[in-house]
Design a protein. Structure first.
Length: 638
């Protein structure tokens, strides 16, 4: 029994080695560039595929892959940094998130086209086959090799950053880049090198993982989620914290899989939440990001007046009424409900200054609770919807009291961990949720004697609820509370100095955001009469963010427009190509690089700018003739 646990401890350290190398690269990128690199998991996947191709197509060994893959992906990372990320260092960090998410979609869908969904494990070299006797346990040679390499890489990286001149320059570039420029150091070159090095680390982890894991285009998705949690718990920007937490999480997850397998997936996020509660800032405090500005720059006063006008509301209402006649009713319903979910996110993001990665918690919780009350407990539709929304909002209040103590990226990651825990609870409660099979049997019933089984009828009923909720959001924004919330977003210290409870403002904003999202989630369950695990999967948190930034954050109707663009594109592309995610990824990249205000924000900005310029020219045109007449009159007097 003792040898069994020692064996599992080593397995945990091996898994931790992969996580530690990934976390190390992500920590270097964030510490140096303040970039939340969502594409790090895709780079890990590319490293594994390069090893697979080198072995299966070119007949090269793992030893060659260990050298060539990090070099190739490092060069690829350098190209990404030069072409895309370099242009975003001075804008809001949320755009880096959108850009790297778009790049991830492009990379994953491209690899899927070439290698299908499932790959195959890479063969272990003959020299590393078999087992080695360590005296106290017999352990596979290759796994022991992975453990040794990961320890050497992590230790070597720490030594380079902490004990060499190059490391001193990197650390100086992290803390005082302008001062470093005064000494003639080429900081952009240093930044590019750091990104290439981090990309190479991700690729190296992928190569080492290729003989142990099934290689697929989506293998980086779970890894990047775990890596984010590890980096935050260890301390953002802390090399030692990333390494220690990486190995620790690997061991905890492996042992949890032995003692209670269902909790293994959620163990990482539980550890992260506990660490941040006990020691805010992570185990090893890294870069101070307590006030790291992860929120959208507010829209201008002129744009705000336009989106708040009754004319804009009328146009939006007419568009909602006409929508099921422009696209089929199910898609129309999805657009308005996902749009409402994105608006709930935007209420917290643009007006509260908090970037949440936990929309899936309330979207999915409300959907499942509504479905359980109707399908399992046999309550009428409206009671089920009311119960689902109410319970979801009350749970959000309870969690909000805890998580609104955090700010910046720490708040973002705690909300992400919360969503993952909700996913775990739903997946492990098949008696109520249906587990992987989903929850069936959600019946809509009728309203005032009118059957809601007809999709168009239900759409218009849902549209009324959505319109009332949007009106509620408008009231929030215009209320004294909304103005106070915006003040706390723009200048927290000033609001504290005049006696406002900033944490209380943010708690209310978080609960109101969860309420709006819960309304959308409950209606979504009724619209499809079915709820699946996709409702609580992490992508259900990411998509509202993308819809909001795509349509125009802070414009109220922008999230609705973004939802329409994303869902219509996805629907039409699914009928003509299987590369829908590729096109979506390209769309995100184009929007970030060229239209950073979002579609609606950019259109309003350009129209208002041209209107102002035309008015100025017209005013000058009227002034010049009058000035000419005045001067001629004066000359006549002389």
């Amino acid at each position: 029994m003792t040898q069994y646990y020692v064996l599992q401890l080593f397995n945990g350290l091996v898994n931790g080695g992969f996580i530690a190398m990934m976390s190390l690269g992500l920590s270097v990128i964030f510490g140096m560039m303040r970039v939340v690199n969502f594409a790090h998991g895709a780079l890990y996947m590319l490293g594994a595929f390069i090893a697979f191709v080198l072995g299966s197509q070119l007949g090269l060994s793992l030893w060659a892959a260990l050298v060539l893959a990090p070099l190739a992906i490092g060069a690829f990372g350098l190209v990404l940094e030069r072409l895309f990320l370099r242009h975003l260092y001075k804008v809001d960090p949320s755009y880096n998130l959108l850009l790297t998410f778009g790049l991830t979609l492009i990379i994953e869908d491209t690899m899927r086209r070439f290698f299908a969904v499932q790959g195959a494990p890479f063969l272990v070299p003959q020299s590393l086959a078999g087992a080695v006797n360590l005296g106290f346990v017999v352990y596979p040679k290759y796994r022991f090799f992975v453990l040794v390499v990961s320890l050497v890489i992590c230790g070597g990286t720490w030594f380079m950053l902490e004990r060499t001149r190059l490391g001193a320059l990197v650390r100086a570039g992290t803390e005082r880049p302008n001062l470093l420029r005064c000494f003639g150091v080429r900081v952009p070159l240093l930044v590019s090198g750091a990104f290439a090095f981090s990309a190479g680390l991700a690729a190296l982890a992928g190569v080492l993982a290729s003989p142990l894991k099934n290689i697929s285009p989506f293998m980086g998705q779970e890894m990047i989620a775990t890596t984010f949690a590890v980096v935050v718990a260890g301390g953002l920007g802390s090399i030692v914290g990333s390494v220690v937490m990486g190995f620790l999480v690997g061991v905890i997850s492996t042992l949890a899989a032995i003692w209670y397998p269902p909790v293994a997936t959620a163990a990482t996020y539980i550890v992260m939440i506990v660490v941040l509660i006990v020691r805010p800032g992570g185990i090893f405090r890294g870069v101070d990001v307590a006030h790291f500005p992860l929120h959208y720059t507010p829209i201008g006063a002129a744009t705000r007046r336009v989106v708040m006008s009754w004319q804009a509301k009328l146009v939006a209402l007419v568009a909602g009424i006409a929508l099921p006649w422009l696209v089929y009713p199910v898609l129309a319903c999805d657009i308005v409900l996902w749009g409402l979910c994105a608006l709930g996110f935007d209420l917290l993001f643009s007006f509260g200054g908090l970037l949440s990665f936990g929309q899936a918690a309330w979207w999915g919780a409300s959907a499942y609770l509504t479905g359980i009350f109707i399908a399992k407990l046999h309550y009428p539709m409206w009671i089920g919807l009311l119960a689902g929304v109410s319970i979801s909002t009350l749970v959000a209040l309870a969690f909000g009291m805890l998580i609104t103590r955090k700010q910046g990226i720490y708040f973002s990651m705690v909300t992400f961990a919360l969503a993952e825990i909700v996913y775990f609870v739903v997946n492990q409660s098949p008696a109520y949720t249906g587990g992987e099979d989903g929850l069936h049997g959600i019946m809509r019933g009728s309203l005032f004697g009118v059957s809601l089984h007809n999709q168009i009828t239900f759409y218009y009923v849902a549209l009324v609820v959505v319109a009332l909720t949007v009106g509620f959001v408008f009231r929030i924004i215009r209320s004294p509370f909304g103005l106070s919330l915006a003040g706390a977003r723009d200048s927290e210290r000033r609001m504290l100095s005049i006696g406002y409870d900033v944490r209380g403002l943010r708690l209310r904003a978080y609960v109101l955001s969860a309420f709006v999202i819960s309304v959308a989630g409950g209606l979504f369950a009724l619209a499809h009469e079915f709820v699946s695990l996709e409702s609580v999967y992490w992508r259900a948190s990411g998509e509202p963010i993308m819809m909001t930034l795509l349509g125009g954050a802070g414009t109220v109707f922008g999230p609705m427009l973004g939802a329409g663009v994303v869902l219509v594109l996805r629907d039409h592309l699914s009928t003509v190509t299987d590369s829908g995610n590729l096109v979506l990824g390209v769309t995100f990249v184009v929007i970030v690089m060229l239209f950073r205000r979002g579609i609606l924000g950019e259109v309003l900005h350009r129209v208002l700018a041209r209107t102002a310029a035309w008015s100025a020219r017209s005013e000058r045109g009227f002034r010049e003739p009058s000035e000419a007449v005045s001067s001629s009159d004066q000359s006549g007097l002389h």
